[in-house]
Structure formats: C-alpha cells, structure tokens
Design a protein around this ligand. Structure first.
Ligand code: FES
Ligand SMILES: [Fe+2]
Length: 380
C-alpha cells in the first residue's frame, strides 16, 4: 500500500474545492461559491496564505502612529505585524516576530517605544528593524547581526488608514484602491476625527459578513427596519472597480423626522468596500470603518472604528454609535444564521441577484483568483 503525504492530499482537496466555483461565467449563469468554502479548514489555510498575504491590507489608523516611536500592532491571518514611525519620521512595517526563537515582540495594540526589546531573551532592535543587541551571543559561528534584522513589509497611507503589503513589488496603494483616494477627498474624510473603537466576535466565516455587506441593499428591508426608513432603496446603486466597490444610496433623512434620519444625516450614504475585508460607511458628518478579521473557518472578528466631524458632540456620538451597534447586532444575527445554513448538507451553492448582488459576485471572483494563485510562486 502506498501512502499519500497529507499535504498532497490537502492540495488535491483544495483543487477539488476550487473547481466547484467557475469565476468565468457571467453573473446571470454563475453559481455562487459553495457552502464548503465557508467551512473547510484546507480552504481557510489557503486563504491565509493567498488572500491575506498578497494584497494591500488596512491595519490601523494614521493618527495612531503620528510621533516618532509610535507603533501599532496587527494580526494579519497567521502573521503578527507592527507598524512604527521610525526616528526619521517615516513609517515602517515589520513582522512582529523576533529573529532568535520567534517570540512576538510587542503584545499591545498600540504604544510608543525607542527600540523593540524581545520579552523572551532580551534581543533588541532599533526602529529601522536593525538588530542591535543579543545578550550572551559571543562565539556563534557565521552569525552576522545585519542579517538578523526584523523582516520588513511595504507600508503606505490612504483614507485615514495605514496599509501594508507583504509582496516584493506591490502595485502602488493608490492604484490598488482606485477610485477611493479621489472619493476620500471628495467626501473630505480627513475632516473626520476618530472617536471610538468597538470589537465584535462572530460565529461565522469572515466571508459571510463580507457577502452580507456587499449585497447591494438586498437585505436592508428584511434585516434592518431602522435603516430601511432612510435608505431610498429603488435608487440604491453599486459601482465596481477592480478591487473596490461602492454602494451608494440617496437618503430620505432631510425630509424625515425620525430618529434614524437625525443620526444618519446627509444627501447620500456611501458603503465602500476594499478587497478582501475592509469597509468604510460614510454619511455627511460621520463614518465608521469595519475590518473583518478571520479567526478560523467559522469565526471572525469585526473591528469598528467610529469617526465624527464634531468630536465634542457626545450626545450625538453616543446615540449614533448605539444605532450602529443595533444594526451590527442585526448583521451578526443573520450572519450566524447563514453559517448554520451553509454548513448543512442541504446547501451546495446559491445564485446571484443580477440586479443587486454584483459586488458579491466581484468579491467571489477576486477570491477565486487569489486562491488559484495559491500554489504559484509569489508574483510580487
Ligand atoms: S526569542 Fe527573542 S530574544 Fe529569544
Ligand atoms: Fe446589514
């Protein structure tokens, strides 16, 4: 009897899973990604190595790293990362991993340091990532200190956020985010101040939350009665770019006296998504961003950052965040219901609403493209 190595079995299994979705069909004919893509451990591991390792990813807010020595940390799938403003006032991004025995260097989400000191055996690195000190390391043959600095990633800023890319020659961030940079200027996102961060843990695959976000308003009338009061559903539109989609809806807020209208003011709402897991929800005087972080095939974390034009108006801020929280609880409820359903033998795949779900289809195609490149050498 010949034995098949387990990674070969996993590769064969992944190939079979990928064949279940055809990204080349037009939306009218396409079947959506299968239930197994929301539950399978092999597919999840492949996502960590492709979707979450080869694109630009938002990891934190620019205002978290304003002063020299300011840092923020972030867990990007399997990789702990740190972004720091180094002495020369430039931002740098590194894997938050010591080159000695691999301990994570920094555990706090944010802070200020003048160097990185590993908590395990005290190796130190400067803010340029260079290894500076290794206690009791004399006599080690062939060890060059300059070859053991922190491993660096690309970093850039756009739309109030810091983004990182692990590839060697990534596209420019502004090219990747098109048309977000111009839209961010048009919407004047830089006049909004960060006020509060909230974390939500969900018992569902990260893609279920993203699918729900991208369905062109399809679920609003059923899941979000308060939001349905102010969204002008017939004129809700979705525009697609390469890695970005923009859902835009006129608001009825200006001629409505309800609570939701007061808390979601303005002429239009913009729901902007960046592949694979970042969203910006923009109204006239406020914005919240959502970062969907995978924690396993059936668990994810969604991080909300709330920004307001007037950070002193505490009453409005509290009521506005409370409304966002109610809407989020509704999205959590339906996302977890979907996870229960797609894990069932009864669910093979679904179809797409041609009118409403173009952005979901775009997401699934980009996902398939990323996963198919999984076994090819890193193009960057
Ligand atoms: S693991 Fe960092 S000093 Fe040993
Ligand atoms: Fe929703």
């Amino acid at each position: 009897m010949s034995l098949v190595p387990s990674d070969l079995l996993a590769t064969m299994h992944l190939g079979e899973l990928l064949d279940l979705f055809d990204p080349d069909l037009p939306i009218e004919q396409a079947k959506s990604i299968p239930g197994s893509w929301y539950t399978d451990q092999t597919l999840y591991r492949a996502e960590c190595q492709s979707v979450f390792a080869r694109y630009w990813h938002a990891v934190g807010r620019i205002e978290q790293v304003q002063q020299p020595g300011d840092y923020l940390t972030f867990q990007l799938a399997n990789d702990p990362l740190v972004v720091v403003r180094s002495d020369d006032t430039r931002l740098r991004a590194f894997y938050n991993v010591c080159r000695h025995r691999g301990a994570r260097l920094l555990a706090s989400e944010t802070g200020r340091v003048d160097r990185f000191r590993c908590p395990y055996h005290g190796w130190t690195y400067d803010l340029f990532g260079q290894l500076r000190g290794m206690p009791e390391f004399e006599g080690v043959c062939g060890f060059a200190r300059e070859d053991h600095g922190l491993v660096e990633l690309n970093v850039a800023c756009e739309a109030n956020y810091v983004w990182v890319h692990a590839g060697r020659q990534p596209p420019s961030l502004s090219e990747f985010l098109q048309p977000l940079p111009d839209l961010a200027k048009q919407l004047r996102l830089d006049r909004l101040y960060f006020v509060e961060r909230r974390d939500y843990l969900l018992n569902c695959n990260w893609k279920i939350f993203v699918d729900n976000y991208l369905d062109g308003g399809y679920h609003i009338n059923y899941v979000h009665p308060a939001l349905a009061d102010v969204i002008h559903y017939p004129q809700y539109r979705t525009e697609l770019s390469h890695y970005v989609s923009i859902q835009k809806s006129p608001l009825t807020s200006s001629h409505s006296s309800g609570e939701t209208a007061r808390l979601r003011p303005g002429r239009d709402a913009y729901y902007i998504w960046v592949f694979p897991n970042f969203m910006l929800n923009v109204y006239e005087t406020l914005m919240d961003t959502n970062l969907v972080i995978p924690l396993g095939p059936d668990r994810c974390r969604v991080v909300f950052d709330f920004f307001f034009a007037d950070p002193e108006d505490r009453e409005f801020i509290e009521q506005s965040i409370a409304l966002a929280d109610r809407i989020q609880q509704e999205d959590i409820w339906i996302s977890e219901e979907v996870q229960r359903g797609v894990a069932s033998r009864a669910y093979a795949f679904g179809r797409y609403s041609v009118r409403r779900e173009t952005a979901v289809f775009q997401f699934h195609r980009l996902l398939a493209q990323a996963l198919r490149s999984h076994r090819e050498p890193d193009p960057a």
